[in-house]
Design a protein around this ligand. Structure first.
Ligand SMILES: Nc1ncnc2c1ncn2[C@@H]1O[C@H](COP(=O)(O)OP(=O)(O)OP(=O)(O)O)[C@@H](O)[C@H]1O
Ligand SMILES: [Mg+2]
Length: 322
């Protein structure tokens, strides 16, 4: 896989969208800075905009050829902002609004990839109202009976592991539910899967989606939570992941198939766990992967021998050509 050379990217004008008003604003600003610097180094004339009340006027007055969406959380990933970009005729890197909507809702994405033949942890997704109407204790008892412990409790929509908790005993469940419900109305409960956690980035630079070397994630605390993600030194990453060649092929295949099953475009990052018996359990896919200093997609780009700025520039060119 080759990214475009510098000569081709010289003429492009682009905007990086970063910031927003989600819980992941700070992460997005860091992603935006990184992408912006990388694009400048690759010769692209780029500026950064925050999606606020001045955005549409800013895009109209000085229209870029294409936009790179470095927004995380609902802003960048649920498709709404991309619908607006479509409305005003601004081209952007990444998946279209409809595909984003599928991927952003974890239970929907799990159902789609499961129907495509991929393994994903068993799950139940329930809104707050169901717990209220049927009694939280009674419903949670049935879930523990069915899935056993430990469980993973996480918001059906969200990112950066905010509101996600491992629950080892039934006594911990109520607090985990309260924390989860503070991030959204619907809770996704799954059996906790033991194994090697990997993040597998997929890029389509023009020849179809290709998986980059997987990143293996080992959090010092044992939990890859928000602090472990964005504090240097709290997590060890191995790129490529220390997998057997067979498991490495399997995670690559899962990421590409998930990307295709959900109709994603340009780039994505699938999070998965490889169990001791070699099964790849799909957790979720991100349509606007983190691009910070401690983010996995840039690590994979580097491990693949590619330059981040040239990759982003190539994706911008693809967007312009659509
Ligand atoms: N079923 C599970 N079994 C084991 N660990 C899990 C499970 N589900 C989630 N995790 C852990 O919780 C973390 C967060 O879960 P997940 O990736 O689904 O959510 P996220 O908040 O959307 O993350 P991201 O920032 O990657 O978008 C994972 O990185 C993983 O460490
Ligand atoms: Mg994840």
């Amino acid at each position: 896989m080759r990214a475009a050379g510098k000569s081709r990217v010289g003429e492009l004008t682009a905007v990086v969208l970063a910031g927003g008003l989600t819980y992941e604003r700070e992460v997005s600003l860091r992603s935006g800075r990184r992408v912006c610097e990388a694009l400048k180094a690759a010769g692209v004339a780029v500026r950064t905009l925050d999606p606020d009340a001045a955005l549409l006027a800013g895009l109209r007055d000085d229209q870029p050829e294409a936009v790179f969406v470095a927004l995380h959380g609902a802003d960048g990933e649920d498709g709404a902002l991309r619908s607006v970009l479509d409305l005003v005729g601004v081209r952007y890197v990444g998946s279209d609004a409809a595909a984003c909507r599928l991927a952003w809702d974890k239970p929907t994405a799990k159902a789609v990839v499961h129907a495509a033949g991929l393994a994903t942890p068993d799950w139940v997704a329930l809104p707050h109202s169901t717990f209220r109407e049927l009694g939280a204790a009674a419903v949670l008892d049935r879930i523990v009976e069915r899935f056993g412990l430990p469980l993973m409790v996480k918001p059906a929509k969200g990112g950066s592991a905010l509101g996600a908790r491992q629950v080892r005993s039934a006594a911990e469940l109520p607090a985990a539910m309260v924390s989860c419900l503070s991030y959204g109305d619907t809770v996704l409960l799954e059996p906790y899967v033991e194994g090697v956690e990997v993040a597998v980035s997929v890029l389509d630079l023009g020849a179809g989606p290709v998986a980059l070397p997987a990143v293996e994630i080992t959090a010092a605390s044992g939990v890859f939570d928000y602090a472990a993600r964005y504090t240097a030194g709290m997590t060890t990453y191995h790129t490529p992941a220390r997998l057997t060649p067979r498991a490495a092929d399997a995670v690559a295949e899962v990421a590409v198939r998930a990307h295709q099953a959900l109709g994603l475009r340009d780039l994505s990052r699938t999070d998965a766990i490889v169990t001791a018996d070699g099964v790849v359990q799909f957790l979720e896919v991100n349509v606007s992967p983190g691009m910070t200093e401690t983010s996995m997609l840039p690590m994979s780009v580097q491990a693949a021998g590619l330059d981040l700025g040239e990759v982003c520039a190539t994706l911008l060119h693809r967007a312009v050509g659509r």
